[in-house]
Design a protein around this ligand. Structure first.
Ligand code: FDA
Length: 496
């Protein structure tokens, strides 16, 4: 094989035979900088020190992706693929080590085609979640789709890692609803479910992006939603009993009826109890009175609306409109560090008191806690690569952000110290983590003989995938044995 990146001029001349030049950006192109930074969501990677691609390809047709893979293989140019650019570690558009690579940016491939009769949709990887939600609701108010809370998230990365939001208890992850897909594999072939076979089709539904090929589009089942849903957002401070409420919540929230999801955003000395109920306020009130009276939820807390109105309302507030779901320019302009945990056994009340102590420290982040139970927990751990299912009470995401380069020392320190403090209270052997909340502190691959090693991948891989990691690595060996599609946390091939 040619030296990595050694044939970069050959790569470009190979590419120009199949891809129109207006879709190619070399570092010397005037538009390179704006195309590269267009979906960099974690702005700590906007730095000059970031290792950037030599080329960016913005395909408009599957055949452009196929040609890019074939030229990359032939001329030793590795590829990274970017859909929405939300990867917390930026692995879709940067490399941790100095190495030549090109980025396939799918932002021009974002069609959403709804089949209302069959209640299915084909969605391109470059679409953002908001575009699916919008298109589904436009077709019919009777259908919806269960995926992440932030509208600008890209379908490609999100579905690849699972993907969950406010309907996870009713319908599971986005990947659980995928029924077909089109993938360009390491040979440059365009394969659908039948052609790719069940191992690869299993692997792309939660095994993390980037390891197995480039997913061009996905066919998903849409789900029924009622005409009226109810949202509440109730703040309770530590002074108003937040510690007791959170301690109670962790026992109640995972066993509520599937139509009700109450998550918590804990920040400083405040806990926000944020809920989506697939029904009316009239039905929600008696349920809350029976199951979680301590929260003191009242009629005045109810915000009734259609499901599609609830989608922007939850992250953006009352002034948000359904049209905001189509806005592709995020207003989140922060530097960030993110980690995650899973909790199986209720955390003692005294520990919650300490947790709120941690949340009051300098550099403290936000803890977002999503309850499981219901559908997400009813699916077998090995039915898809996403293994955080049976008996799981809730997921924790530790979100640390800051503004301005150089302001990251305290938040980064808090994030590490908090993670160390939580160890006794979360899952063990392995300490589980969610691949879509990518965290390179969990480990990175070592490359030996030009192939990522299984042993180095196992360190972080079993945290994201538990026992499913081995099947992912065997699948990788079948579909990409030379490890062409790789990054710092891609699945290594388990070679014989
Ligand atoms: P991006 O393009 O960066 O890709 C992520 C990874 O997938 C990279 O490794 C990339 O190479 C690979 N990839 C991308 N497209 C691919 C394709 N077509 N084929 C193969 N591999 C591909 N998660 C969640 O479950 N629920 C939530 O509510 C949220 N909320 C949230 C808010 C915000 C502001 C951020 C920044 C992130 C989240 N997330 C989340 C996490 C999100 O699900 C995760 O970052 C996804 O991987 C993002 O997918 P993108 O396509 O945007 O990322």
């Amino acid at each position: 094989p040619p030296a990595p990146g050694g044939g970069k001029d050959d790569f470009l001349s190979c590419l120009t035979k199949a891809v129109p030049p207006r879709l190619l950006f070399a570092k010397s192109s005037p538009a390179y900088g704006s195309v590269w930074s267009s979906t960099v969501r974690n702005i700590k990677f906007l730095s000059d020190k970031t290792v950037k691609p030599l080329y960016i390809v913005t395909p408009t047709e599957p055949c452009h992706i196929q040609a890019t893979v074939s030229c990359g293989r032939r001329h030793g140019m590795r590829l990274r693929v970017r859909s929405g650019g939300h990867d917390y570690e930026g692995l879709s558009y940067r490399s941790d080590k100095a190495e030549p690579f090109a980025v396939v940016d799918l932002s021009k491939m974002r069609k959403v085609r709804i089949d209302g009769k069959q209640a299915t949709a084909w969605v391109d990887s470059g679409a953002q979640l908001g575009e699916i939600y919008y298109a589904v609701a436009k077709e019919t108010p009777k259908l919806g789709f269960p995926a992440g809370v932030c509208a600008t998230i890209g379908v490609g990365g999100h579905f690849s890692g699972g993907g969950f939001g406010m309907m996870l208890r009713k319908y599971g992850t986005a990947a659980d609803l995928v029924v077909d897909a089109k993938v360009v594999d390491a040979e440059g072939r365009l394969l659908d479910r039948k052609a790719m076979g069940e191992d690869l089709f299993w692997a792309i539904r939660g095994g993390g992006g980037a390891s197995f090929g480039i997913v061009v589009s996905w066919q998903v089942k849409l789900v029924p939603v009622p005409p009226t849903v109810t949202v509440f957002q109730i703040h309770r401070g530590v002074k108003d009993g937040a510690v007791d409420l959170v301690a109670k919540w962790q026992q109640v929230a995972p066993s509520l009826p599937e139509d009700l999801m109450i998550r918590i955003l804990a920040m400083g000395q405040d806990a926000l109890f944020e809920a989506l109920f697939l029904g009316t306020c009239k039905d929600l009130l008696p349920l809350m009175n029976a199951r979680f009276p301590e929260l003191g939820m009242k009629q005045a807390d109810c915000n009734e609306m259609s499901w599609i109105q609830s989608v922007p309302f939850i992250p953006l507030g009352k002034s948000a409109t359904v049209k905001d779901l189509l806005n592709r320019t995020s207003n989140i302009r922060a530097f960030g560090k993110y980690k995650s945990d899973y909790v199986r056994d209720p955390i003692p009340r005294g520990v919650w008191e300490k947790i709120f102590g941690w949340l009051a420290k300098p550099g403290a982040g936000v803890m977002i806690m999503d309850p499981y139970g219901g559908r997400i927990s009813a699916i077998d751990d090995d039915a898809t690569p996403f293994p955080h299912r049976q008996g799981m009470l809730f997921n924790i995401q530790y979100v640390n952000y800051w503004f301005g380069e150089g302001a990251g020392a305290q938040p980064n320190q808090w994030s590490r110290d908090m993670y160390a403090f939580m160890e006794p209270y979360v899952t063990k052997n392995p300490r589980q983590a969610y691949v879509n909340y990518r965290d390179m502190d969990l480990g990175v691959n070592q490359v030996v003989g030009d192939v990522s090693t299984y042993e180095s991948g196992k360190v972080w891989g079993e945290k994201y995938f538990k026992g499913n990691f081995e099947r992912l690595a065997r699948t990788k060996a079948k579909v990409d044995p030379t490890d062409f599609f790789r990054n710092e946390q891609s699945i290594p091939p388990l070679l014989k």
